[in-house]
Design a binder for this molecule. Structure first.
Ligand code: ATP
Ligand code: MG
Length: 468
């Protein structure tokens, strides 16, 4: 495995730990990722001795200016060097109590340290010691599991998950990121321990959800969350999208699978986490708005508005940030039917202007979301949508070039109106401003100062105002 230790820091660590007489090993995610040829940005070093001391000596040797962050309580130290995070920790043995994922920790051997790892593929270590530098230490056949694409716990899975239930989500997250299967016993143990997730903080849960969402094919993870019944615990609103109801000949699509399809579609087009969240949430209000109407069948009227209103509570519940990202998601959910409605009517300039005006700088993301939303199996229908979207996109470019509505600012301000007619802030000012905006959106006037000025005079006159 020496070929994998090409980073110059490894031989430095080896020299220093040899001098300190404290054996050290590279362990965990970094070893897994080099074998999988995945890029990795953090390197974990386990030391049979003081991780803090080894970190400080290594950093000092590399560059006196490196800042070493020491966490005495955990016996760990980390520093960053050439964009890579190095974390040093003393080898430890862990034992868990029932009600916490915080273990009792004692010093341990390298084997103890490997025993406390979550999965066989994460328990691989490579020696940095003089006598066997580069040797792989693989007590649980992690290499074989990498080859066979299997997620499996090193020890009894029931204990592994009961000790630290976050590992259940990590299992599903790795299965999604790596396209691995979760070994049967391991998955059964997840099924038995889902309730234990209640001791895990929301922040840690949502970190794992985000990693699933950012994977190449997020549906793998959500299907596993569903199968293990974790979905209902951590995200009941998404779980509620499942199922199909039939009345007579009237049926509707399963909105859970549809949503996963849309999420996978968008994942092919964009790495934007929040656009992916918008895809996951675009139909979230379908259960709340579902109705059976006698002559029409199943309807979900207004689900885009109701869904958009549900976003803040969902973000709070999942501990997602309550900031402009949340507003962006709410906006995309609210607008997600607009382009498709456009393409079903004739695509008028004024409809396009209104869409641009509302979506603003998020118009491109909205178009991606709408295109991802096509999940019909009917090729004719799909072609018609794609064709219509092509027309919408072309028109969007034309209208934006002409009217510049993406970053629209009213060409005439409230101040301008008050000065022109020598009036105070009043209802009339608002009326004129709205009238100008509507005239621009309807294409009655162009989006520029002089046409808006003329229009203001006209509108003012109708309201009995006289320019001074
Ligand atoms: P990523 O960096 O992609 O999140 P990773 O496996 O490197 O994945 P880290 O959180 O960086 O995860 O952890 C590094 C290593 O620490 C893991 O490979 C694993 O060996 C161990 N580890 C992390 N979290 C746990 C856990 N909850 N239980 C047991 N071992 C863990
Ligand atoms: Mg890592």
């Amino acid at each position: 495995m020496k070929q994998y230790l090409s980073h110059p820091v490894f031989s430095i660590i080896s020299d220093i730990s040899n001098k300190m007489n404290t054996p050290s090993f590279v362990i965990g995610g970094f070893v897994r990722d080099i074998l999988l040829k995945r890029p990795s940005k953090d390197i974990d070093i386990v030391v049979l001795g003081s991780g803090i001391e080894l970190a400080e000596k290594t950093a000092a040797h590399l560059d006196r200016n490196i800042k070493v962050h020491v966490f005495r309580n955990f016996g760990t130290a980390m520093f960053s060097y050439n964009d890579i995070e190095f974390e040093f920790v003393g080898a430890r043995k862990e034992s868990y109590r029932n009600n916490s994922r915080k273990p009792i920790v004692e010093d341990g051997t390298i084997a103890d340290d490997q025993n406390r790892r979550d999965f066989t593929i994460n328990a691989l270590a490579i020696s940095l010691n003089k006598k066997d530098y580069g040797q792989l230490i693989d007590p649980f056949n992690g290499i074989l599991d990498i080859e066979n694409k299997i997620i499996r716990t090193p020890l009894e899975p029931e204990n592994t998950f009961s000790d630290d239930p976050l590992r259940m989500l990590r299992a599903i997250r790795f299965a999604t990121q790596l396209s691995f299967d979760i070994e049967t016993n391991t998955f059964d143990a997840i099924n038995k321990n889902t309730k234990r997730l209640s001791i895990i903080s929301k922040e840690r849960i949502v970190d794992e959800l985000n990693k699933i969402i950012l994977s190449q094919k997020p549906s793998i993870g959500f299907n596993l969350l569903d199968k293990s019944e974790i979905l209902d615990m951590v995200f009941p609103q998404l779980n509620a999208l499942k199922g199909i109801e039939v009345i007579g000949k009237n049926t509707h699509k399963d909105n859970f699978y549809h949503t996963l399809e849309v999420l996978d579609n968008i994942a092919l087009k964009s790495d934007n986490l929040w656009l992916r969240w918008a895809a996951l949430l675009h139909d979230i209000a379908k259960p709340a708005t579902k109705k059976f109407e006698k002559d029409i069948g199943w309807t979900f009227h207004g689900h885009e508005f109701v869904g958009s209103k549900m976003i803040p509570a969902i973000f709070r519940q999942l501990s997602l940030p309550l900031n402009e990202k949340m507003k962006y998601v709410a906006k995309l959910v609210q607008l997600h039917l607009r382009p498709i409605a456009l393409s079903e009517e004739s695509v008028t300039d004024s409809a396009i202007r209104r869409l641009l005006f509302e979506a603003r700088e998020d118009i491109d993301d909205l178009m991606l979301l709408c295109e991802a939303d096509i999940s019909s199996k009917n090729a004719k229908k799909v072609n018609r949508y794609i064709n219509n979207f092509r027309i919408v996109r072309k028109k969007l470019v034309e209208i934006e070039e002409k009217d510049r509505l993406r970053n629209w600012q009213p060409p005439i301000s409230g101040e301008d109106i008050m000065k022109t007619f020598n009036i105070n802030p009043s209802h009339e000012v608002g009326l004129i401003k709205t009238a100008i905006r509507e005239a621009i959106l309807d294409g009655i006037i162009n989006n520029n100062y002089s046409e808006a000025y003329e229009y203001m005079l006209e509108k003012g006159k109708k309201l009995g105002l006289i320019p001074k």
